[in-house]
Ligand binder design. Sequence first.
Ligand code: 13P
Length: 359
Amino acid sequence: MNSQALIDTAKTMVADGKGLLAMDESTPTCDKRFAKWGIPQTVEARRAYRELIVTTPGLGESISGAILYDETIRQKKKDGTPFIEAITEAGIIPGIKVDTGAKDLAGHTGEKITEGLDGLRDRLAEYSQMGARFAKWRAVIAVGNGIPSRGCIEANANALARYAALCQEEGLVPAVEPEVLMEGEHSLARCYEITEDVLRTVFNHLYSQGVMLEGLILKPNMVLPGLACSKQETVDEVADATVKCLLRAVPAAVPGIAFLSGGQSGELASARLNAMNVRFKSQMPWALAFSFGRAIQQPALEIWHGKESNILAAQQALYHRATCNRAARRGTYNAAMETEVSDGAPRAGSPVKVLVSAQ
Ligand code: 13P
C-alpha cells in the first residue's frame, strides 16, 4: 500500500472547491429512472446517456471525480474513446461502485445488508488496472418502528470497513457511504441520533480493520427530517444539525466529507451544503463537499429524454448544477444562480424551491 498516493488522491477528490459526481446507478436503477421518462431501457441508451455526461464541456471545473458502474467503466464514446479515458482527459478522477447491492438482512425484517465482499480483492485489482483511483460502497440504513437495529448497523459498518481495507490494499481510495434513508415520518432529531450512532460505529470498525483515515472519503447523508415528517426544518437548521453531528462523530484525520443527495431536490441540496460552509467554515477540520447523483443529474436526464437533439441543453443543465454545487462548497451559492445558466442566459424552468432561513 502506498499511503502517500492514497492521501494525495483523497485530498485531490475534495480540493479546489470541487466535488464528486455519482453516475454509478446500477442497471435496474438506471432503467427505472429511464422508464419514468419513457426512455428506452437498453445498453445503448445507458451508454448514450453516460456519454452525454462525460462529454459535458467544462465539467472538470466543478467535478473532481466521477463514480462509474461496472457496465459504464467498460463502455466507450461513439468515436471509440473509452469513457475512462474521456474522464481522465477532462481532469476528472475515475472511480467505481464496487458493492453488489443491498439485500434483505436475515432475521431483521425491513433491514438490508450490502453485499459484495466475496471476490472483491480480484475485482478491485481489475478496476485499478483499468484506471480507477477510488471506489464506493453504499450501506443503507432504514428508519422506522424499532429500526435500525444494532445488528443491522454493526453488520453494515463491518462490511464497509472490510471493503475500505481491501481498497487501500489495492491503492484505491474508499468512498465510504453509510446512508441513513430519508423515507419515513421520523424527525430530524431521530435522524441525528441514528446518523451519529451509525458514523461512530463505522469509524470503530474502520479502526478495527486498520483503515487509514487520511486515505478515505466519507460519503454520508445530511441530517434531515423524514420525507413524510410533518415538520420540515429550514436550510440553516439542517446545516446546523448536520455539521454538529459530523463534528461529534467524524475524526479530524479524514480529509473530506462528500454528501450523497438521497432524493433531495438539486436546489435544496445546494442550499443546505452552502449553509454548512457559510456557518461553519472556520470550525470544520475536513473539507465539506458533495458526491451527488440525482441532485446533479436529474434536470439533465429530464431534458435529454433519450433524444440526440436535447444533448446540448441537457449538458448545460448538468454543468449548471455542478457549478451551483461548486459555489455551495465555497459558500457563495444563492437562489439567483438558479435563474441563470452558465453563460448568463436565462434558464427555462421554475424558480427555486428553497425553504428560507428562520433566522
Ligand atoms: P444520490 O445523490 O442520488 O443519493 O446518489 C449518490 C450516491 O452515490 C448513492 O449511492
